[in-house]
Design a protein around this ligand. Structure first.
Ligand SMILES: [Zn+2]
Length: 83
């Protein structure tokens, strides 16, 4: 199985023991790790209105829509300052 957004082969899908993989990981077995991270970042930026839906590549959009950022448990704001 390949990642639908970047085409990279997904590790841990198909055959093999799944005991080591965490099933609660977002998009586990659907998107590869980097695309999962990217999707979550896009969702975060979308929520912060840093970007609009038009800035998201169409292939990511449906996954971004599926991301639910769990902000109800920890209401603290994450203000990461990069650069
Ligand atoms: Zn990918």
């Amino acid at each position: 199985m390949n990642c639908p957004t970047c085409g990279k082969k997904l590790a841990g899908t198909g055959k093999g023991p799944k005991s080591k993989t965490r099933p609660n990981r977002k998009f586990g077995g659907v998107l590869c790790h980097s695309c999962t991270e990217r999707t979550i970042k896009l969702k975060t930026r979308l929520d912060e209105k840093t970007i609009t839906k038009d800035d998201i590549e169409p292939k990511y959009q449906k996954y971004v829509q599926q991301v639910v950022i769990n902000t109800t448990e920890k209401p603290k704001r994450q203000t990461k300052k990069k650069k």
